[in-house]
Design a protein around this ligand. Sequence first.
Ligand SMILES: O=C(O)C(=O)C[C@H](O)[C@@H](O)CO
Length: 256
Amino acid sequence: MSAPENTFKTALKRGDKLYGCWAGFADPYPTEVLATAGFDWLTLDAEHAPNDLRTLMAQLQVLEGKPCQPVVRLPMGEPWLIKQVLDAGAQTLLIPMVDSADEARALVRAMRYPPHGIRGSGAALARASQFSAVPDYITTANDQMCLLVQIESRAAVAALDDILAVEGVDGIFIGPSDLANDMGYLGDSNAPEVRDTIKDVLARAAASDTAACILALDHETALTYRDWGAQIMAVGIDVLMLAQTARAVAQKWRDG
Ligand SMILES: O=C(O)C(=O)C[C@H](O)[C@@H](O)CO
């Protein structure tokens, strides 16, 4: 028996448009609710949400067997962190702040067993291999790994063509907010120079074999990014959805 098919990767390679949502509550219960909503995928965010290995694993467990696929965002691309979440069953990783092809290559290697990489061997006791119930896990896991690297600095934009050419990078994911900050437009990803850069990066990725991915916080922006070539889009953040709806309801009753 082989490692389970990574259906997110299969759909990405097929060129499907995939719509996802950021899951920022760091808890399996709201993540399970999101998985019933119709999104293709969810970001389990351990960069800016208070996730740790156990909360990530609990969310992977509730998503198991559901059509909504998990994408785990780590705080940074450390090989030991990568090893832990892969052993917990993650197959698709989103790694922030990747500025060069060398960094991207190191991430590809951290996600793969030798001779293609440096992933340590713990499959026997790992959830990823269903605790050794998947006998061929170690020889088949490499093919199911999916890597999305975040492009969110001027350095990354300058290195984009080299990053797009790295074998094993399945998608580049623009971080509009960090990109704007690095370009000198703190908190303003709608600044014309930032929008031009986003458009250029999406177009270059769309013309390559590597998927163009991005997050948009409102519908109009999401439509624009899609027109510019985005294939994989996060179109909401659960924490903001709750906050906005709760504020609107409270306001309505205060005003009424
Ligand atoms: O720079 C960005 O934009 C991102 O990387 C996404 C954010 O971290 C996301 O959490 C929304 O603030």
